[in-house]
Design a protein around this ligand. Structure first.
Ligand SMILES: [Mn+2]
Length: 333
């Protein structure tokens, strides 16, 4: 979210063109497919469902989907608009307009990436620093707290009435992507206030999305955190802390429990950079990266085939955990 005045101005120039273009293609669409990223979080799903609810009210046929896994994460099932979700296998091939939300690259669409080729028009709505601009129209706002915040700006230009159901979806992305209002900027709380004023239960939404885990989470944390290692010399002496989550640690736990681990590991005061290596069922690994102030982990993740934000990024790798740590340390310099 930190940026120089110069990048902020050029970003503004881009918005002035892309925001009206985005509204125009949505307004004129005869059918819309909205794609969220694989391993969806509340920002991609909240953005997708908010936009879908608005399109449904305008009488425009709309589908929302994500490439993997098959089921929506349990913590997101209370979001309004889930009746508009369809399984990946049922996503139409020829659609007038395809919209992606919170996806930094086409690869984040997983098995649904091929739908980009058969859509009449494609609109990319995102806030990732590493976004590859893979749409016809790219509405990318790097400084935005969440993709739902970008969606609000688009709704305002479009003249959309943000009611409680739409606000619930938008708030879900805002509260999770800001780390429950840790990573904020001028305007963040004003946006939260505006959404809360519709009557949504902000405490309940945050609790369900961020603070609800089964008891099995506690022994998993105990095992995984016991594996944590501190490499004080890594990242030019600023330090790397990492933990490894193996399939054997996961049991029947949900993605919500696995994704929570980085938020504990990253608090380590002796390390500028934190990493969590998450083993997938097929033996490949997803790596989450976080930094605090002066390491841009979107660049590190980008060098390793992934992407993200300045202070939060990720990538996938097929190697042993030890090899992944070695290449990460190399990339951190
Ligand atoms: Mn996001």
């Amino acid at each position: 979210m930190t940026h120089t005045q110069e990048t902020s101005l050029s970003e503004l120039d881009r918005q002035e063109v892309h925001l009206p273009q985005a509204v125009a293609v949505l307004e004129n669409a005869t059918s819309v497919t909205i794609l969220c990223h694989i391993q969806p979080d509340a920002d991609t799903i909240g953005s997708g469902l908010a936009l879908a609810l608005v399109l449904e009210r305008k009488g425009i046929p709309v589908q929302v989907a994500f490439g993997a896994p098959d089921e929506l994460p349990e913590s997101m099932r209370e979001l309004p608009g889930t009746h508009l979700l369809v399984p990946a296998s049922q996503v139409r091939r020829n659609v007038d307009l395809l919209v992606t939300v919170d996806c930094g690259s086409a690869g984040r669409l997983g098995r649904l990436a091929d739908r980009l080729e058969t859509a009449g028009e494609t609109l990319v709505i995102d806030h990732h620093r590493s976004n590859t601009r893979f749409g016809h129209i790219n509405l990318i706002e790097e400084s935005a707290e969440s993709t739902t915040a970008v969606v609000v700006r688009m709704f305002d230009l479009w003249g959309v009435d943000i009611d409680a159901d739409v606000a619930h979806c938008l708030y879900a992305g805002l509260v999770t992507d800001t780390g429950a209002f840790r990573w904020v900027q001028p305007g963040t709380h004003a946006l939260a206030e505006r959404l809360l004023a519709t009557g949504i239960d902000g405490a309940r939404i945050a609790r369900r999305l961020l603070d609800t885990h089964p008891f099995g989470w506690l022994p998993m944390l105990s095992e995984v955190l016991a594996s944590a290692k501190l490499l004080p010399d890594a990242a030019g002496g600023r330090g790397l802390v990492y933990a490894v989550i193996r399939q054997a640690n996961v049991g029947g736990l949900r993605s919500e429990e696995i994704e929570s681990v980085i938020d504990i590991v990253r608090t380590t005061s002796e390390a500028e950079v934190a990493a969590v290596l998450k083993e997938a069922a097929d033996g490949s690994w997803a790596v989450s990266l976080r930094s605090k102030s002066d390491v841009d982990v979107s660049l590190v993740a980008g060098n390793l085939g992934g992407g993200g934000h300045r202070f939060a990024a990720g990538y996938t790798a097929t190697a042993t955990a030890a090899e992944i740590v070695t290449s990460l340390v190399d990339s951190l310099g």
